[in-house]
Design a protein around this ligand. Structure first.
Ligand code: UD1
Ligand code: CA
Length: 427
């Protein structure tokens, strides 16, 4: 495969999302839509990656500042062909294939992109290869118009389609592999659409076909890869599909998810083998779980959570930026935030780390072998030493670290035995 450059279309506002936020920044399984498209371009070794931005450009740039992308600003969104034409000075003389991706089509896979580029490069004369999908509800997608021998003749947008054309169920994914010279020659001839004055990239495909250029189509094996997200409803649908993919991958890696449909796991979550995830558990993006752990039912593991091997987290336990060591347990009704928990620790039912003082977040450290009684509150910053114990209902106040092996109880918690009752009530 020769060198493949890529342009990602991401300038649109996404009016149909009903949001002030740029469409490509909306989260899908915990990560912005655009991040999936970039990851896919990277996985297929596309370089350089040009991203066309416009609406909310500064925020998009800031969200992906570490990604080494080339930004192209489309100040006014005048259509997909106009957007691509802005990249012409950068790409028209490149020798390899140019792939166009949509920032609002995050379900595309590297496997399909590789197939698209391979098909495109099978014949060096090919001007464009379009990725299409066969769907039940073609809705707002552009339709592929083929002739009697199956040759692609044109792509028609719904607003310009006849009743008969609207019945076609082969849709344009908005993803293409182009010969850059042929693309940028034809793009000059695109006329603004009669309905809204926008310049449509699919018109380039129709123009190339009309000129007798070689135009190919790859029909996606799984049409969900072509899903474009224009509305909240489509975002929710894409979220479900991505979620299924995430869980399927984890299951195939040896994780036992008891009921996938009742479990929610976001992107970039690592889980070791033989770990069991019980239903009604939510695992947010970036969480790392070791092997042989038990999670749920009803656990919420938020970003920054790390569970080491054999750790257990149970009902109504929420963790955030918290590390739980090997063989440690937090089985019931806990909030553990900004907490470092060692090995063989038992977190009693209802233990809370009070990590926020109204201004800042503070850390709690619970060392190896420590255990907390039911209803313990640990006011951070605070440390429970190795093998220390708190009694039921203890409130360990901030800075009052519990030394190794010591048991504390009461409010505020004091070492047991050291506390003399001040007023002995007489009967
Ligand atoms: C587009 C295609 C349609 C295809 C569908 C697949 C056109 C005219 N139509 O329709 O054939 O079936 O995608 O999802 O291309 N964008 C810009 N600048 C612009 C306009 C759009 O960068 O001036 C970006 C958007 O941010 C978006 C992508 O291009 O990421 C597609 O634009 P959108 O308006 O969503 O096109 P669709 O109506 O979905
Ligand atoms: Ca779209």
């Amino acid at each position: 495969m020769s060198k493949t450059a890529c342009v990602i279309l991401a300038a649109g506002k996404g009016v149909r999302m009903g949001s002030e936020k740029s469409k490509v920044l909306h989260p899908l399984c915990g990560k912005p839509l655009l991040s999936y498209v970039i990851a896919c371009a990277r996985e297929t070794n596309m370089n350089p990656i040009h991203t066309i931005i416009g609406h909310g450009a500064e925020k998009v740039k800031a969200a992906f500042s570490g990604e080494n992308l080339k930004w192209v600003l489309q100040e006014k969104q005048m259509g997909t062909a106009h957007a691509i034409s802005l990249a012409a000075p950068l790409l028209r003389d490149s020798s390899g294939t140019l792939v166009v991706l949509c920032g609002d089509a995050p379900l595309i896979t590297a496997e399909t992109l590789n197939k698209l580029v391979s098909l495109h490069e099978m014949n060096k004369d090919t001007a464009v290869t379009v990725l299409s999908g066969i769907v039940n509800s073609p809705n707002q997608y552009g339709r592929l118009i083929r002739n009697a021998t199956g040759q692609l003749m044109a792509i028609i947008e719904t607003s310009n389609a006849t009743e008969e054309q609207l019945r076609i169920n082969e849709i344009n994914s908005g993803i293409y592999a182009f010969n850059p010279q042929k693309l940028f020659d034809a793009i000059k001839e695109v006329k603004p659409n009669s309905k809204n004055g926008e310049y449509y990239l699919p018109d380039v495909v129709s123009l190339l076909a009309k000129k007798g250029e070689r135009v190919e189509v790859l029909v996606a094996q799984d049409a969900t890869e072509c899903l474009g997200i224009n509305s909240r409803e489509e975002l929710a649908k894409a979220n479900r599909i991505m979620e299924e993919r995430i869980q399927k991958k984890l299951i195939n890696q040896g994780v036992l998810i008891i009921d996938p449909s009742k479990t929610y796991i976001e992107a970039d979550v690592n889980i070791g083998t033989d770990t069991v995830i019980f239903p009604f558990t939510v695992i947010r993006s970036g969480v790392k779980i070791g092997a042989n752990c038990e999670v749920g039912p009803f656990s919420h593991l938020r970003t920054g959570t790390v569970l080491k091997d054999h750790a257990e987290v149970g009902n109504f336990t929420e963790t955030k930026k918290t590390k739980i060591g090997e063989h440690s347990k937090a089985k019931h009704l806990s909030y553990l935030g900004d907490t470092i928990i060692g090995n063989n620790v038992n977190i009693g039912a209802g233990t809370i780390t009070a990590n926020y003082d109204g201004k800042s977040k503070h850390q709690t450290v619970i060392e190896d072998g420590a255990s907390t009684g039911s209803g313990t509150v640990l006011v951070a910053p605070v440390k429970l030493g190795k093998d220390s114990v708190t009694g039921a209902g203890a409130v360990v106040t901030k800075g009052n670290d519990v030394p190794q092996g010591v048991t504390v109880a009461g409010v505020p918690a004091k070492p047991l035995g050291s506390k003399k009752p001040k007023h002995k009530r007489k009967k």
